[in-house]
Write a protein that binds this ligand. Structure first.
Ligand code: ADP
Ligand code: MG
Length: 292
């Protein structure tokens, strides 16, 4: 057994997760996409736990692509610049000044996350807008024909950039796309992660968020929907039970599962070692989106 794998097993055992060996064997060399919202990264303790888990997965030989947003960081900088953040169906309305702020926030956060991973011994590689070669090719989008500014959706992924990485690399991808004119487009991080996972045929996509999963009553964690079919998800959006940032998350999740992605889970990133537990144990947690 490789030393790094033995080390990962030891660390998992210390977390009370035994029997991970069979998963490590099964998943070695497979690609997992993990998306982490800006709010989770903002919390020092929560993000340290998530980065520890990512380092562990990396050591266990799983190929990870981490997609991150920068929602909280961008809200803060926008407010400081006197711009009131506004959203349309959960998507940030992005004027000229906002896209400049977002470019700064995304790139700074991207470098910060990669640096924290490197401090954990991980070969982290940065992708943010044109940085890293322009991984996410995007096109402007106008939901319901509404102009929401410099907001895009990913139209293709330059997967050759990922193929060129060494086996032990962990790609840290901000959800900043590159438009046809070479300029940055703000892509919702759930859109970026779902499209990326589909294009590279990832084994599994895990969306880490700040709630336990999809809830029927947002005030009641016990109202969690463990398995959500695509048709039920559409109904919950229509009924406005799914609202705000959960709309782009679920719409893109449904689109991706229907297009063929096998496994998609939405879990609470603040729960201790949620990621390691999701991957290395049989315990179900959060919401799984399935066809139907
Ligand atoms: P992320 O950083 O994970 O993308 P968002 O704020 O964009 O975070 O989306 C998650 C938010 O969606 C939750 O914090 C919650 O306030 C909101 N939300 C809306 N409807 C629901 C629902 N039915 N169940 C759970 N969360 C919901
Ligand atoms: Mg969001």
């Amino acid at each position: 057994m490789k030393e790094s794998v033995a080390d990962a097993l030891g660390r998992l055992a210390a977390l009370g997760i035994s029997g991970a060996g069979k998963y490590i064997e099964e998943f070695a060399g497979r690609v997992f996409v993990v998306k982490c919202g800006g709010a989770l990264i903002e919390d020092a303790e929560v993000s340290a736990g998530i980065l520890d888990d990512l380092a562990l997965l990396n050591r266990a030989g799983i190929r990870i692509l981490l997609v991150h947003g920068a929602s909280v960081q961008a809200d803060r900088e926008m407010e400081a610049a006197g711009i009131v953040p506004r959203r349309y169906k959960g998507l940030r309305i992005t004027c000229d000044r906002t896209i400049e702020i977002l470019e700064r926030c995304f790139t700074a956060l991207n470098a910060d996350v990669a640096g924290r991973l490197r401090a954990r011994g991980v070969n982290a590689v940065c992708f943010s807008g044109t940085l890293g070669g322009g991984l996410l090719v995007a096109q402007r989008m106008t939901p319901d024909c509404v102009d929401i500014g410099h907001v895009g959706d990913v139209t293709s992924v330059r997967a050759e950039l990922l193929d060129a990485l060494p086996d032990d690399a962990l790609a840290v991808v901000s959800s900043l796309g590159v438009g046809p004119d070479g300029r940055a487009l703000n892509v919702n991080a759930d859109y970026a992660a779902t499209r990326l996972a589909l294009d590279i045929a990832a084994e599994k996509l895990i969306l880490l968020t700040d709630v336990p999963g999809v809830l029927l009553d947002r005030a009641d964690p016990a109202s969690l929907v463990p398995t959500l079919t695509c048709s039920h998800a559409r109904k919950l959006i229509e009924e406005k039970i799914i609202a705000s940032g959960m709309i782009p998350k679920i719409e893109s999740a449904v689109r991706t599962v229907e297009a063929g992605l096998n496994k998609l889970h939405i879990i609470d990133g603040a729960a201790p070692h949620a990621l390691a537990r999701e991957i290395f144990t049989d315990e179900g947690c959060g919401t799984q989106i399935v066809r139907g």
